[in-house]
Design a protein around this ligand. Structure first.
Ligand code: MLT
Length: 439
């Protein structure tokens, strides 16, 4: 536990606020640096387009899918809509936790098939892993010591800032109160265990943004650490479908004991193309506990269930029927086809960048390629920072990527390229890289 002093709320602010008779805002939001990363990029791209209306801009920035929903999913959704059109089969509110038909399929295919002992009532269907990784903070108390990797998916950091779990940020963009775990080329972009006890740690494998993966031994080390230190692991496995190496675990529950220390976030966004449709699920095993103010053990399942039933009304019936179709024979085959499409894009990107002399990581067991920016910060004519390289790629190639520094200070000197696009656009982007950035 750490005691954190919130410096943005000196008592005289309360006085001023009362005097002015004005609505009080959440000051913690004012600690956030700039905008959320992807809208910030979109803003810069909009400005570029305004200045260059004829430029054909290719986005390899935000990890948004481009390929249409699998036909089996579409057919199931159409069928569900037809049901809703008829009095006899119409449905109103669904169960907040998700329909049993979907939760049971999830358990059978994602967990039992991998030897994980997860039951359907431990699965909570939701509208996204991004939302759930933020919302989970509702059930955690103040004063926890929170560890995150650096670089990291910015949602984990920003939602902790919004919840008042941090102080202000320093020049490097690091927030007081968070424990940063560097993920660098030296450790294969897999952070080492913290050098002190922490209460919560976010892990994301396959990793966004670096594309690194965790072996079963690595995850077992984290589970042991969590058991020894009373740590909650928030495990984001939104990209598990991209794993190609059969030795790499798809779920943290493949590690014995993880069902007492870990909550897992999973999504249909990146495998089945649901980024716009919205469907995901979060697993909160009944054995995962925390302590109340009296030191009594409380199951997090009970709190998350209470949170969801109060604040969430579930994912629409048609979307859940669509997600269920992912587990049919046809659906599974079509989803595999989608993933192979993006994996092939990733291979084209990796190979092109290698060909033109650039160093890359990731892109094998995940959809993101983590590019080491040539000459970054060397003062030898290379870009000074990831945002300079972002501008260079946008101006010279008309391609959008994501500066690594947008994911944290340790991401400086890197650039993330997403494989989510059509084949033709990826090939075109890479041909521009060859022409403009070779050598
Ligand atoms: C990303 O580009 O990092 C992802 O699109 C983020 C997300 O899925 O929210």
């Amino acid at each position: 536990m750490h005691a954190f002093v919130n410096r943005t709320r000196p008592p005289d602010h309360y006085f001023l606020w009362n005097e002015l008779n004005m609505l009080r805002v959440n000051d913690d939001y004012l600690k956030l640096r700039a905008g959320y990363l992807f809208p910030e990029i979109a803003k810069r791209v909009r400005a570029f387009r305004e200045q260059n209306p004829d430029a054909d801009v290719i986005s390899l920035g935000i990890g948004d899918v481009t390929e249409p929903l699998p036909p089996a999913v579409v057919e199931a959704m159409h069928g569900a809509i037809d049901e809703l059109a008829t009095r006899g089969t119409f449905r109103g509110y669904g169960p907040e936790q998700g329909y049993a038909f979907l939760r049971e399929k999830i358990v059978e295919h994602e967990y039992r098939a991998r030897g994980c002992d997860i039951s359907a009532d431990e699965v909570f269907v939701s509208d996204g892993s991004k939302c759930d990784t933020g919302n989970i903070l509702d059930i955690l108390g103040p004063g926890n010591t929170i560890a995150i990797a650096d670089p990291v998916y910015p949602v984990y950091v920003d939602t902790n800032v919004m919840a008042g779990h941090t102080g202000l940020s320093n020049d490097r963009g690091e927030y007081e109160g968070l424990v940063y775990l560097p993920a660098t080329a030296d450790n294969g972009f897999v952070p080492d265990l913290p050098d002190r006890p922490v209460d919560v740690v976010y892990l994301c494998f396959p990793n966004n943004p670096t594309g690194s993966v965790a072996t079963k031994e690595t995850l077992a080390r984290w589970v042991r650490y969590a058991e020894e230190n009373g740590t909650l692991i928030l495990f984001d496995a939104a990209y598990e479908a991209f794993i190609t190496d059969p030795e790499i675990p798809h779920s943290i529950y493949e590690v014995p004991g993880a069902d007492r220390v870990a909550i897992e976030f999973r999504s249909f966004s990146k495998n089945a193309g649901f980024t716009g449709t919205r469907c995901a699920f979060t697993v909160v095993p009944k054995g995962v506990t925390g302590a109340d103010g009296n030191g009594q053990s409380v199951p997090l399942h009970q709190l998350w269930s209470r949170r969801q039933t109060t604040k969430f009304n579930g994912v629409s019936y048609a979307v859940q029927r669509g997600a269920e179709a992912v587990y049919t024979e046809q659906g599974a085959k079509q989803v595999r086809g989608l993933i192979e499409h993006y994996q092939c894009n990733a291979k084209i990107i990796r190979e092109t960048l290698a060909d033109i002399g650039m160093r890359t990581y990731g892109g094998v067991n995940g959809p993101y390629i983590w590019l080491q920016i040539p000459g970054a910060g060397s003062g030898a004519g290379g870009p000074a920072s990831g945002w300079d390289f972002f501008d260079k790629v946008l101006n010279q190639c008309h391609v959008v990527g994501t500066p690594g520094v947008g994911f944290g200070a340790a991401g400086e000197g890197y650039f993330r390229i997403s494989s989510f696009n059509t084949r033709a656009r990826v090939e075109e982007a890479m041909s521009r890289f060859r022409k403009k950035l070779s050598g």
